[in-house]
Design a protein around this ligand. Structure first.
Ligand code: ADP
Length: 259
């Protein structure tokens, strides 16, 4: 539907690592407010796409724009300030620190103004600290009230599902407009993944209807969560459409589903 406005657009986006072309003149767009599934076999360029749009890698060629603004050469911090946040496939939590610490760090606009200083000089900055605590608590109460009750527990004491929730809350605490989820099911059962997805949908319906790009192999999750999907193979888009359309696409079946 061309009447929908685009939040993100990639044109001729190319990323090479030596002889490997991870993204090959990729053209795609993401609509405001949608949940877009990003699929493809291992090595097809999905994570590289996230790394390029979040400023971790600099594209070899092509462009990325966000609401019409060019973000191709933006730094990770600039991308973050444009309200794009992400989760990573592998856990990046500090296990000895608390749930609160691990989530608060995601609001890194505050890092520039000295969150750490505030935390270490608590008597001087108690007000600011209390404000951040309330902000994290409010997010957790919407996201998952059981986890809100564990706000000052160390992450090391919590099961995998809560750790995944914390990583997602770290990405949500700054109230992004675009959330990039890199395989949220990794290391969890189907039921656990479904629970965490429901938590995300809670925040989406109650706090802010942000756009999501979901990299995921679990097809049930793609079917339930996404309105549209894009399938990559060797860094190129080979199919685009609803879940039903892409699973019945012959090229996708050959490349990805091995049928
Ligand atoms: P996917 O997420 O779809 O599994 P990736 O984006 O991780 O695929 O990888 C796409 C291709 O780019 C692979 O061939 C991978 O080996 C290569 N690649 C990704 N990141 C790097 C890197 N930092 N250095 C070299 N090659 C990389």
């Amino acid at each position: 539907n061309s009447a929908k406005s685009k939040i993100l657009e990639a044109s001729n986006l190319t990323m090479r690592f030596g002889g490997v072309t991870a993204l090959d003149s990729l053209n795609l767009h993401v609509n405001e407010g949608e949940v877009l599934g990003l699929l493809g076999p291992n090595g097809s360029g999905k994570t590289t796409f996230f790394n390029v749009i979040t400023g971790l890698y600099r594209a070899t060629a092509g462009n990325v724009s966000f609401r019409g603004q060019d973000l191709t050469d933006a730094s990770a911090q600039e991308v973050y300030l444009h309200a794009i946040t992400r989760t990573f496939q592998r856990s990046r939590l500090s296990l000895p620190l608390t749930v609160f610490d691990n989530i608060a760090i995601g609001d890194n606009r505050r890092l520039n103004t000295g969150l750490f200083f505030n935390l270490f000089a608590r008597d001087q900055f108690e007000k600011e600290y209390d404000r951040v605590v309330e902000q994290v608590r409010a997010l957790l109460l919407t996201f998952n009230p059981q986890l809100a009750a564990k706000i000052f527990e160390p992450v090391a004491s919590l099961p995998m599902i809560d750790r995944r929730r914390i990583e997602i809350c770290r990405a949500l605490i700054s109230e992004p407009d675009l959330l990039l989820l890199d395989e949220p099911s990794a290391g969890m059962t189907h039921d656990e993944t479904a629970e965490v997805m429901n938590d995300i949908l809670q925040v989406r319906s109650k706090i802010k209807p942000f756009t999501i790009i979901l990299i995921e192999h679990e097809m049930g999750l793609i079917q339930r969560m996404t309105e549209r999907c894009i399938v990559l193979n060797y860094g190129k888009k080979i199919a685009e459409g609803t879940y039903d359309e892409i699973v019945s696409n012959r090229e996708v079946q050959v490349a990805y589903l091995g049928q």
